[in-house]
Design a protein around this ligand. Structure first.
Ligand SMILES: [Zn+2]
Length: 349
């Protein structure tokens, strides 16, 4: 795989970028015990707490560089990560390892100065990072727990550095806050995925294996016919959603051959129904041209007929899915559903 062909920045700039200084803000958590210690105004303690923050930041930066080196091939296939200095080829193996050695030697020296207990917590944090990137980050729930434990270790490290004890309530607040942040992060990742249609499916992957298999599984607010079929494939039993009715009120029809907008001019003189094979009153008694006219004229009957059609089609889909599950032919049913959807609407006249 070729590296990105942008002009290479100066070595120090690439190096600083590889250290991800933005991430250092997370280590501000180490200052929490100092803030709650009644002796926060003592100059000596403030220096110690700040040194602890720097030690953690250096350690974390070293971990980022190692990870970027290990993941460089994979990162080059990613639209954003390919710009990282190592993936982009701006930092070679020698430079990267030199950076890591510098960071970890600095972290170790500062840790030594703060005392053995702090050095121990620092080592524990390094171990956690290795476990996290080595596999925990791909494990449902454990990933979030590992992030939360990382924050706990930061608080403990901050307390150890200034030689105060962490109260139970501070432990609890940190744990709850960190778990909240961890799940918020996962949620943000899920909803920022480019494929909006597949993001609900990912959510189902995250949840379904944890639900009891002998109870009905209900997914709220899903969705388009393709999303429902995908969720059924993952084991969801029940749905409720405004989609068929709301779409019907906004001129949108769901059909075997995908979605269509009845407001479009192509339907103006089309005497054919929305779907030849549909048995609903809108399709049996009315043409696309008439439905198009009703919608254009803001006639409420247009919304009613399209809603009727959409609900009828959804019932057809669910009936088909139930039949396919009973006859153990779900996979082939889904394959033919998907190939029909991919056809797109019938050609205009
Ligand atoms: Zn119909």
């Amino acid at each position: 795989m070729e590296a990105v062909t942008t002009p290479a920045p100066l070595w120090p700039i690439a190096a600083v970028k590889a250290l991800r200084p933005k991430q250092w803000t997370k280590n501000g958590v180490l200052l929490v015990p100092l803030i709650f210690a009644k002796s926060a105004v003592e100059g000596g303690l403030v220096v110690k707490a700040l040194v602890a923050v720097i030690a953690f930041s250096l350690l974390a930066s070293g971990v980022y560089v190692v990870n970027d080196w290990v993941d460089r091939e994979k990162d080059r296939l990613h639209p954003e990560k390919r710009k990282r200095p190592i993936a982009a080829g701006h930092l070679g193996f020698g430079s990267a390892m030199f950076l890591v050695a510098l960071c970890w030697a600095g972290a170790g020296a500062l840790g030594w100065w703060l005392g053995l207990p702090f050095l121990g917590v620092l080592g524990g944090y390094l171990l956690l990072q290795v476990l996290y990137t080595g596999g925990l980050k791909h494990m449902v729930l454990l990933d979030v727990m590992a992030i939360a434990l990382g924050f706990i270790l930061r608080v403990v490290a901050g307390a150890t550095a200034i030689d105060v004890s962490v109260s139970n309530w501070l432990f609890l607040c940190t744990l709850l806050g960190a778990v909240f942040l961890g799940f918020a992060k996962r949620r943000a990742e899920l909803s920022s995925l480019e494929e909006a249609a597949s993001h609900r499916a990912n959510l189902a992957d995250y949840t379904v294996p944890m639900l009891p298999s002998d109870k009905p599984r209900y997914l709220m607010g899903v969705g388009r016919p393709g999303d429902i079929v995908g969720a059924v494939k993952r084991g969801i039993d029940m749905f409720d959603c405004v989609m068929p009715t709301r779409a019907g009120r906004t001129a949108q029809a769901f059909t075997r051959r995908g979605e269509l907008n009845m407001r479009n001019a192509r339907h103006r003189d089309d005497p054919r129904p929305i779907d030849e094979q549909c048995g609903c009153p809108a399709c049996r008694h009315h043409s696309r041209a008439y439905l198009h006219h009703l919608i254009r004229a803001d006639e409420i009957l247009g919304s009613m007929l399209l809603t009727w059609h959409n609900l009828h089609y959804y019932q057809d889909v669910m009936r088909g899915l139930r039949g396919a599950i009973e006859s153990k032919s779900l996979d082939s049913w889904i394959a033919s559903f998907e190939s029909d959807q991919a056809l797109g609407d019938i050609p205009p006249l």
